[in-house]
Design a protein around this ligand. Structure first.
Ligand SMILES: [Zn+2]
Length: 301
């Protein structure tokens, strides 16, 4: 499958350049706590995989997406949540979407059909076809599952992430190639050639050229992971994606059981942490933190 290099900034910038942010809860998984917070000692791997872990020591993990609205460029989706088939599809369709690894890891998903992004948009009086742009933090199976619901959108993803996700054997690194619907227009961001320093981040791009939506390169969790900094009215929001599963990863030294590249993960996390400290009034949303999620508002403007 083809992707072309993104020509940034995209059209639509200008205006007053502030966005609204709507967090969307797309489902929940129950997972071993040790996957998200690495346990100490020689049993860390067993605990991460849930081996010998009683059901009451599993934690609730949100599967999330975000809707942004730019005054000129319109609706921008960040990640896609799970596809409807995960909630109610035939077993075959669900298995095809998630792939062999995702299927096993998503055994305990709890999701209602109305939690798909498209149903949540409709419930808010919006037409999913109005989503012109989808920005992917990364392409793991729990983020890219519903790409097929946005066939007319352009999808922005980092160049390294696209290469890793579409390579042979990518299933072993958490991707499901069946999710990469051929209809959307995939555009890759080359942070190395197009990125510039932005605050504590070594490489960032300005999507609309008006500073309202910055993508910052935060590799480590996956090879081409990116996080987003969104300019709201009067403050900013940081969507870390899986560069920090939890607020405790960002602020208390907690670490996930594994990362694609632990050294890159630490470098990215240090930049996120520095930004967080410099912006005490910002809305900070980690990738899979139910306690943090439950504190969020429905809409930020
Ligand atoms: Zn991930």
């Amino acid at each position: 499958m083809r992707a072309r290099g993104a020509e940034l900034p995209l059209q639509g910038g200008g205006g007053q350049g502030t966005l609204t942010l709507r967090p969307l809860l797309c489902g929940e998984m129950s997972a071993p706590a040790g996957w998200f917070r690495r346990a100490k000692g020689p049993t860390a791997t067993l605990k991460a995989l849930g081996i010998g872990v009683p059901a009451d020591q599993r934690i609730r993990v949100p599967i999330v997406a975000f809707l942004l609205e730019h005054p000129v460029a319109g609706l921008v989706l960040v990640d896609t949540g799970f596809h409807r088939s995960i909630a109610e599809g035939p077993a075959r369709e669900r298995a095809r979407n998630l792939g062999p690894i995702g299927r096993v890891m998503s055994r305990d998903v709890r999701m209602r059909p109305e939690q798909t992004v498209v149903e949540q948009l409709r419930a808010n009086g919006m037409d999913p076809a109005e989503v012109g742009l989808v920005v992917m933090t990364h392409l793991h199976f729990d983020h890219a599952s519903a790409l097929c619901d946005f066939p007319g959108a352009r999808v922005l993803v980092s160049r390294e992430e696209w290469s890793a996700a579409t390579a042979r054997g990518s299933v072993l690194r958490g991707y499901s190639r069946a999710q990469f619907d051929p209809r959307p227009g995939y555009m890759t961001v080359d942070f190395v050639s197009a990125g510039a320093a932005f605050g504590p981040f070594a490489r960032a791009v300005d999507v609309f050229g008006d500073g309202s939506l910055m993508l910052v390169s935060t590799p480590g969790h996956s090879v081409g992971h990116l996080s987003l900094i969104v300019r709201l009215d009067g403050r900013e929001a940081l969507l870390t994606g899986d560069a920090a599963y939890t607020l405790d990863t960002l602020r208390e030294g907690q670490r996930p059981w594994r990362s694609d590249d632990p050294q890159a993960f630490e470098t990215s996390l240090a930049a996120l942490r520095a930004w967080d400290l410099e912006h005490p009034d910002a809305v900070v949303v980690p990738g899979h933190d139910m306690a943090a999620w439950e504190q969020l508002q429905e809409l930020y403007s």
